[in-house]
Design a protein around this ligand. Structure first.
Ligand code: SPQ
Length: 430
């Protein structure tokens, strides 16, 4: 595939932008609409490749799903509306699809097979297959249940008590989805709070779930009712433009209707701690909170990012690494070893690619250390087939002295198909 030459700003980034719908919430809305009874309408659905993989899997499971622009309509027939698929379920590049669908299939009395792309084939699945086996389901995969292809023969489940060894919303969600179908109660203890969209959505679909500190409790035998879901703008997509506005001289950007769920806003905390001029106007607190984010070019200073903050910004770390190259002093990112098992090893990928552009950055066992402020050069870089690495490099190109050529820019379609169009809009709107 040809390299893509990236655009250069004349007057910074300016204007207002609606980023596309949240990826995590879009996936979950399709899944809940498929297991609920009655009609579900999803507004502002993210038509990215990952969420389309989720739709394709549920269609193969017999669910009636129609798409219109950014709307999805599902005619759910409840848990028993899911039928044994005649074909293999292809999850594409999507970790969320793979892990959450396993929680649903664990309790369905039929056989199914999951496969995905090269990246999915490397991502660890034992973290989900192990707890699901404790419910009494039959699930297996390559290397003792750790990798795709995965096979599931679901059936009757018994609730479990499980302490998660890692902070992962995907693992938690898979267990919750199995727990909804199990006999009795399921309790999950999280080491750190992770994104809670699954828990919120159970309530939106008429079910119930409890949380006490780091414990989530769900009763089995719940049936859910179809509803209307409004997907907020994805804060993980907005993060690229927050960082761009902070580091590109002459920028003044308002990101409209962004999801401000308390488990996802670590990027805002980091920008504030680094000294960015950023203002958040929350205008809806119901269900998933939504608001506008206003950010302008800022003087930044290095900080430490670690501990409980990490799960709330895990997907933003590549672009935070770029941000740190423009902050005065040292930025240290710790406790982020989970980055090694995302679409790529995101520590290795971002360190290698930002180094090519002249950044002072080095990998550590559980994160990275970045020294700033450095002026970046142009050159040839690669997305490593990872949407978040690709978008980070596209934002980096806005401040490099010479042009940047990005190889495999198509990876961005996973979560943000209109990324370059939206970037262009902010580059010309002054
Ligand atoms: O779906 P996928 O590929 O795992 O997506 C990523 C991403 O960058 O878009 C991670 F690679 O986001 C995950 C996130 O890292 C989405 C997610 C969710 O929707 O529950 C939770 C996080 O993963 P995890 O492993 O911490 O549960």
């Amino acid at each position: 595939m040809a390299d893509r030459r990236l655009a250069k700003p004349k007057n910074g980034l300016n204007g207002e932008l609606h980023v596309p719908g949240d990826k995590s919430i879009s996936h979950r809305a399709v899944m809940f609409g498929s297991i609920a009874e009655g009609k579900t309408t999803i507004h502002n659905f993210l038509m990215g490749e990952d969420c389309l993989s989720t739709i394709s899997c549920f269609r193969k499971l017999g669910v009636d799903i129609s798409l219109m622009e950014d709307e999805v309509i599902i005619n759910g027939k409840g848990w028993s509306g899911l039928i044994e698929p005649k074909e293999i379920l292809d999850v594409g590049n999507s970790g969320t699809t793979t892990r959450l669908i396993m929680g649903i299939l664990a309790g369905r009395p039929f056989h199914s097979v999951l496969i995905g792309d090269e990246s999915i084939a490397r991502r660890p699945m034992k973290r989900v297959t192990d707890p699901l086996k404790l419910f009494g389901t039959h699930i297996d995969g390559r290397n003792g249940g750790d990798f795709t292809p995965l096979t599931i023969r679901g059936g009757s489940l018994k609730g479990i008590q499980y302490e998660l060894p890692i902070a992962s919303a995907q693992v938690k969600s898979a267990i919750v989805l199995a727990g909804l179908q199990a006999e009795g109660r399921t309790e999950i203890i999280e080491p750190q709070k992770t994104r809670n969209h699954t828990e919120k959505m159970i309530v939106e679909f008429g079910g119930s779930v409890e949380r006490e500190e780091k414990t989530i409790k769900v009763l089995g035998g719940q049936s859910l009712k179809g509803t209307e879901v409004f997907v907020p703008g994805d804060i993980s997509s907005a993060a690229f433009f927050m960082v761009a506005a902070a580091i590109v001289p002459g920028s003044n950007v308002i990101l409209k209707n962004v999801g401000l769920n308390e488990t996802r806003i670590g990027i805002i905390e980091v920008l504030e701690k680094m000294g960015a001029t950023i203002e958040v106007l929350e205008h809806s607190k119901q269900g998933e909170p939504i608001g506008d984010i206003h950010i302008v070019t800022s003087e930044l200073k290095g900080i430490e990012i670690a501990g409980d903050l990490i799960p709330s910004l895990i997907d933003e770390i590549p672009v935070i690494a770029l941000l740190a190259t423009q902050a005065i002093g040292t930025t240290t990112i710790k406790n982020a070893e989970e980055l090694k098992v995302k679409e790529t090893n995101r520590i290795d990928a971002i360190v290698a690619e930002l180094k090519k552009l002249g950044a002072s950055i080095r990998a550590t066992d559980d994160g990275m250390i970045i020294e700033g402020k450095t002026s970046l050069n142009g050159g040839n870089v690669h997305s490593w087939g990872d949407h978040r690495i690709g978008m980070t490099l596209a934002i980096a190109s806005l401040i490099t002295k010479t042009d940047v050529y990005l190889e495999n820019a198509e990876a961005i379609n996973i979560s943000y198909p209109q990324f370059f169009k939206d970037l262009e809009q902010l580059l010309i709107s002054k």
